[in-house]
Design a protein around this ligand. Structure first.
Ligand SMILES: [Zn+2]
Length: 412
């Protein structure tokens, strides 16, 4: 009897102890996960450098130290992952996507739900895409929620957004996205819409300057100048969808900050390069995937234009248009196809990887992404083969880590 009492008392104490620990766990932050040392991989830093036998320490979602194997000090008790024979590169950043419209092979405005967006972000994560920018075709507040909540709640992918872009009424993007942007007819409307975007704290302003082969009105110079002026007054940059060389030049003279397509109606000329040289921060996302599928007579010119921009040292960033009208719905996969097309356009594999990591992260002002360096986000891809030798090797993914956590990969 006495023995039983003792046992019961002990059991109660254990139960109380468990409850107490449980209460503590709920009230105090969880202890940081143990540090992990990744050793032996060829490391593509993202800034052009390569470390052949690297070691790096991941702790609390960030890179605690990065260096050469044997010279990086691991914290006591750290776990070790042997990556000998593998290649590690930074996770990708896509500066031009259209989220929310594609589901089960359909392309519809009513698909724009949190579930659709979560599915797309899981796809991006599975292919090693750490951040995406939604380029002006959002509906409701969903993308703001995704941007502002912890990325761990949606696959670890960082979201940036222009929310709703500006175009003439019933113009701009192709249906079903056409109803999303502001339709502007006057400078006053354009300025008012930009002030609303600033109040919503968008990450950039998107405009469409394209008549879609004469089928819709084009945003006029007066309206895009008012848009750019008002955006700059509100400390926002403006990124333009364009199709023609002439529009690119006039937008540069009007203060545009970036282009989400490369002109393909005419060859890049010296006048354009001179305007770009005066504005070295201006970038292009190359958006090659859609045209690569259509492959009309513009395709060779598009590749030549990118080659010329690249040779002139113009900033080139990954931007696929995935989710939009022309680029389809293979989120994540398309970014790797885009890397192949960049190399077809004359970028070296190292330049293509730089465009898809460091430059794209800089364009979106995501200083924690884009390179594998001390104090940056531990967001990287582990590959079975070296993409500097063959760019398609970026597709030979064995693991993806975003913000220090291995991604459970689910692929379309
Ligand atoms: Zn687009």
């Amino acid at each position: 009897m006495r023995h039983l009492k003792v046992r019961m008392a002990t059991r109660s104490a254990v139960l109380i102890g468990i409850c107490f620990v449980g209460a503590l766990a709920a009230q105090t932050p969880r202890p940081a996960a143990r540090a992990v040392v990744f050793e032996g991989a060829r490391l593509i830093v993202g800034d052009g450098r390569v470390v052949e036998r690297s070691a790096f320490v991941v702790s609390g979602g960030t890179l605690a130290s990065v260096g050469v194997q044997g010279q990086v000090t691991a914290p006591a008790g750290a776990d070790r992952v042997d990556l000998t024979g593998k290649t590690v590169m930074p996770a990708l950043v896509d500066a031009h996507t259209h989220l929310g419209y594609r589901k089960d092979g359909t392309f519809l405005a009513e698909n724009f739900t949190r579930d659709t967006l979560l599915y797309e972000l899981d796809q991006f994560a599975s292919y090693g895409v750490a951040a995406v920018a939604s380029a002006g075709t959002d509906r409701g507040d969903l993308t703001f929620q995704l941007r502002d909540e912890a990325p761990e709640r949606h696959g670890g992918v960082v979201v940036r957004t222009a929310w709703r872009g500006l175009a003439p009424p019933d113009a701009g993007p192709n249906p079903p996205m056409r109803s999303a942007p502001y339709g502007v007819s006057s400078e006053e409307e354009a300025r008012r819409d930009v002030r609303e975007l600033a109040a919503r704290k968008v990450d950039f302003v998107k405009i469409w300057v394209d008549d879609r082969n004469g089928t819709v009105p084009k945003l006029s110079p007066a309206l895009y100048r008012a848009t750019i002026d008002e955006a700059h007054k509100n400390n926002l940059r403006v990124f333009a969808h364009i199709a023609t060389l002439a529009d690119a030049k006039d937008l540069l003279r009007s203060g545009i900050d970036g282009f989400l397509h490369v002109m393909r109606d005419r060859p890049v000329d010296d006048e354009l390069l001179k305007l770009l040289a005066e504005r070295p921060q201006v970038f292009f996302t190359m958006t090659l995937f859609g045209p690569s599928q259509a492959k009309g007579e513009d395709w060779p010119r598009l590749l030549q234009n990118i080659a010329r921009l690249n040779a002139a040292g113009v900033r080139l960033a990954l931007g696929t248009d995935v989710g939009g009208a022309s680029a389809g719905g293979r989120f994540g996969w398309t970014e790797h196809a885009e890397l192949e097309h960049m190399v077809a356009a004359g970028l070296t594999p190292a330049q293509a990887i730089g465009a898809a990591t460091k430059t794209a992260a800089e364009v979106l002002r995501l200083g924690e992404l884009g390179t594998i360096a001390t104090a940056k986000s531990a967001s990287f891809i582990v590959l079975d083969a070296n993409p500097l030798e063959q760019i398609t090797n970026t597709q030979r993914i064995t693991r993806v880590y975003l913000r220090g956590e291995e991604v459970r990969r689910v692929r379309n």
